[in-house]
Design a binder for this molecule. Structure first.
Ligand SMILES: Cc1cc2nc3c(=O)[nH]c(=O)nc-3n(C[C@H](O)[C@H](O)[C@H](O)COP(=O)(O)OP(=O)(O)OC[C@H]3O[C@@H](n4cnc5c(N)ncnc54)[C@H](O)[C@@H]3O)c2cc1C
Length: 499
């Protein structure tokens, strides 16, 4: 009774598979694509190596804790460097700001923009540090299957101090007034998939992580984390099989007994689904076994999708740094067009990553590797080549105005990516990029459950269940689900724990 089939090789699937294999389960991981890593895949073209998804490495402690579970360190698998400046914010063609990695530099920057704000930053971060410690040590590790998990005096006390019921927007306005500072502190919230008005103030823990623990980069690219995790998974005994598109999970007498792909059938005692929850629930299971119906999913607030451009440039672009946020348009309007009135944005903000600034290995000599990301609402129709080109020109014009030189004539490689690819490549509900938004009504026990209610040995993991979107939460999600499996389906004979 120890055969586990894990579906999907994203961070969550790899994490769950590795932990279960370490504990003695016989784990096979099935991945539909020909490269592991899910949204953090990589591709190479014309001498450029492009990370396809995540580019910000925050919360290094979570990665350290992950590898430590297996007696390892991130440095056993990849080489991390800390970025300084952490990132650049562009407010207009002649207005920008580099965020220093060190705290004295950051305080000086805040003070120069809004007198008195350096001290308020200290207090803001002091409160955020508490949220990080309690939130990361306690709340994100809860399987969130029962209210009773949260019923302890200590936890209830923590909930009040965590500011779960106050909005992030209200919270930050108690500390800062200058619109540029507000944008700086509100930007990490974009990763959580909702506006600052709808996000609990608890998530100022992201500011603590970003400002005090730093922005890091694994040399070679973010996919090096995946490579490391795959190596570790195999060291622990996971069998990873690529090009296995799961078509169906067979259920007999309330138990998942087989997982079927176009290529074969895999017998299972336990199934852990790390593919997008909506896809697993509504397309891989027969209707009587689905946890939620389409009506439920339609009411969920999904995190944004993205329109992406992977660009190879045959020259250097000196004014860019590794991470560049273009906040040169109205933040509120763009948020409104993502969350409140979903439509193709009229004047979007965008983000440009230039990993070749740090890592010469990801581009040919004297070239730049650019990744351009425009957050857009999920579920939009009209994702055509013409629409993509319109946005390409719109953002490249603003990029060129800022860097003060032409870039478009130097593009030697270009690939775009949006809703239709997210759906085709990952079976992403509404073409979402970052899963389910972390709104108050979609927090903890209010998220899609990590266990199927009708199939006793079927679990879900990944960015649509607890604890939420992002690389560190997905790693945690895999470990949380693995621990639930260990509790509910303990092995008769415990294997020695491999480290
Ligand atoms: C453009 C972009 C930028 C991002 N930037 C950041 C960032 O800078 N920092 C950060 O922390 N996070 C970032 N994120 C979010 C982060 O990448 C995700 O939260 C995380 O990778 C999700 O991992 P996952 O395991 O839940 O899902 P996934 O990575 O989607 O893994 C699911 C896997 O299941 C597979 N699958 C689907 N259907 C089937 C099937 N039927 N059969 C077999 N396999 C199947 C998929 O191919 C995929 O490999 C970004 C995401 C995107 C898209």
């Amino acid at each position: 009774m120890n055969r586990v089939i894990v579906i999907g090789s994203g961070f969550a699937g790899l994490s769950a598979a590795t932990r279960l294999a370490q504990r003695g389960y016989d784990v096979t991981l099935l991945e539909k694509n020909d490269v592991p890593g899910g949204r953090a895949r990589v591709f190479e073209a014309d001498g450029f190596t492009f990370d396809m998804g995540p580019s910000w490495y925050w919360m290094p402690d979570i990665f350290e804790d992950y590898f430590a579970e297996f007696g390892k360190k991130p440095s056993d698998y990849y080489n991390l460097v800390r970025l300084d400046p952490s990132y650049k914010v562009v407010f207009g063609p002649t207005q920008d700001m580099d965020l220093p990695a060190d705290m004295p530099g950051l305080r000086n920057l805040f003070e120069s923009i809004e007198p008195g704000s350096a001290e308020r930053l200290d207090e803001f971060l002091r409160q955020a540090a508490y949220k990080y410690k309690v939130g990361i040590k306690n709340f994100v590790w809860k399987p969130s299957r029962r209210v009773s998990e949260f019923l302890s005096l200590k936890l209830l006390y923590d909930v009040t101090r965590l500011d779960v019921f106050q909005s992030f927007a209200t919270h930050v306005r108690k500390f800062f007034k200058d619109p540029r500072l507000l944008q700086l502190v509100e930007f990490p919230i974009l990763f959580l998939g909702a506006t600052a008005q709808k996000t609990p103030a608890m998530y100022s823990l992201m500011n603590y992580a970003e400002m005090t623990m730093g922005t890091w980069y694994p040399m070679g690219g973010m996919h090096e984390i995946v490579r490391g995790m795959v190596t570790l998974a195999e060291e622990m005994g996971v069998k990873i099989i690529l090009n296995q598109n799961v078509r169906h999970i067979s259920v007999q007498e309330g138990r998942a007994d087989r997982v079927l792909t176009a290529e074969g059938t895999y017998e299972a005692d336990i199934v852990v689904a790390g593919a997008d929850y909506h896809h697993v629930d509504t397309q891989l299971l027969a209707e009587p076994y689905q946890n939620y119906n389409e009506g439920y999913w339609d009411k969920r607030v999904m995190a944004p999708s993205s329109l992406l451009f992977y660009l190879g440039i045959n020259k250097k672009v000196p004014k860019l740094t590794h991470h560049n946020l273009f906040f040169d348009e109205d933040f509120a309007l763009h948020s409104h067009e993502i969350y409140e009135d979903p439509k193709w944005p009229s004047r979007p903000l965008f983000y440009v990553s230039a990993p070749s600034k740090t890592d010469p290995g990801v581009a040919p000599e004297d070239s730049e590797n650019l990744f351009v990301l425009i957050p857009v609402a999920p579920g939009l129709s009209g994702d055509t080549e013409a629409v993509r080109e319109k946005y390409y020109d719109l953002v490249m014009e603003r990029l060129e105005a800022y860097v003060g030189e032409s870039v478009r004539p130097h593009v030697v490689f270009k690939r775009s990516y949006a809703h239709s690819e997210f759906i085709a490549d990952y079976n992403a509900f509404k073409g979402n990029a970052y899963g389910l938004a972390n709104t108050l009504r979609q927090t903890a026990i209010l998220k899609p459950s990590l266990k199927n209610k009708k199939v006793e040995n079927l679990y879900y993991t990944g960015q649509l269940t607890v604890p939420g979107p992002g690389v560190p939460p997905s790693l945690i999600s895999g470990l949380v689900v693995a621990k639930e499996v260990e509790k509910e389906f303990p092995l008769k004979k415990k294997a020695p724990i491999a480290k």
